[in-house]
Design a protein around this ligand. Sequence first.
Ligand SMILES: Cc1ncc(COP(=O)(O)O)c(C=O)c1O
Length: 425
Amino acid sequence: MHPISKRRFLGSISAGVAALAALPLARIEHAFAQVATVAADELAADETFWQSIRKQYGVTRDFIQLENGYYSLTAEPVLERYVHHVREVNATSSFYMRTKQADDKLAVRRELARMLGCPAEELIITRNTTESLDTVISGFDWKPGDEAVMAEQDYGSMLDMFKLQARRHGMVNRIVSVPLHPQSDDEIVAVYEAAITSKTRLLMVCHMINITGQILPVRRIVEMAHRRGVQVMVDGSHTFAQLDFTIADLGGCDYYGSSLHKWLGAPLGSGILHVRRDRIAGLWPLYADASFADDDIRKLNHTGTHPAATDLAIRDAIAFHETIGAARKMARLRHLQRYWTDRVRGTKRIVVNTPEAVERSCAIANVGIDGVAPADLAKTLLDKYRIFTVAIDGAGVHGVRVTPHLFTTTQELDALVGALKRIAS
Ligand SMILES: Cc1ncc(COP(=O)(O)O)c(C=O)c1O
């Protein structure tokens, strides 16, 4: 390349990267500045305010979207930035990958680590929770007879990965069942503790059970397991950017994985894995990478060439999330769930499969109707009432999972309540 054109070329790249730092957030920054002194719980009930936030999302009008637990759509300002990043990376292609990618990725790791409250050296960006947690499960140095503890309400892919280790290494899985309506944290901790033996090495626990939305007392479970010499891996698929917490609140868990396309609203195919520093050396990577030391977490992150624009858009999703504020977001999501569950609890034939205590749930809840198969309930809700949910029929849970998001209105939830009551009668 000619030196002058090269200088121009580099100049245009740094200008482009500077532009990457900016985000069209002005509208929501302004909206939240107006309510800066309003308490999160009070703001949570202000429908007019949240109607204005709904405008930030290009949510479909074809049906009422109450299945936001799978993944949440990316807000418009973040989507705009994402498209920009795709174009930018595409324009400079290998030059971006060879000269900028590593630094940008590190900057994103740092921001995610700040959010989670851990050193960047203990966090990597993955594609999703599945990759994060399966990296740990398959990376363990299992010996025949070693044991792991998990719950039947855990996510199927992780349970399958443990089953695979049992077949491959002769380790043993002990599966507990979490009570749907626990009376206390002690009751839940006791369920897990009863499954621990002298051979237990790893305990997997959901921060939030995906089929019911139940939040588990992770700190208490971690403390108990550590007293018994057992490491703990937390499935935080639904909690990063839904609940307002840091890793310290989880009692020093050994591993934590989450998907950023769920509650952070980052593009599809983004996740995190946190591994406590002293646990890194003990894990075998899935893909070999001899360029990193055994105790360097990046050894677990060699996934080959991947869509770098997704990593860049994570920063934009963080900026959007932080403009809303973690506490305000959690309060609004919990408010929406309580809005509809409070109106159907106690109704004849309607069964809410999510604990009633406020601190035991947030956005997600599950509801069934006596005598109606979950699949039929989900179908009727969609076909007759244009409400999209997902049927859950297993692990002691029979109903549909209902997951509102920040763009959900109480009118939409009124429609759900009305539909459930009509079906139940
Ligand atoms: C509890 C739980 N763990 C793990 C996962 C897997 O997440 P992903 O498909 O993003 O890897 C999910 C997905 O819904 C989940 O609900």
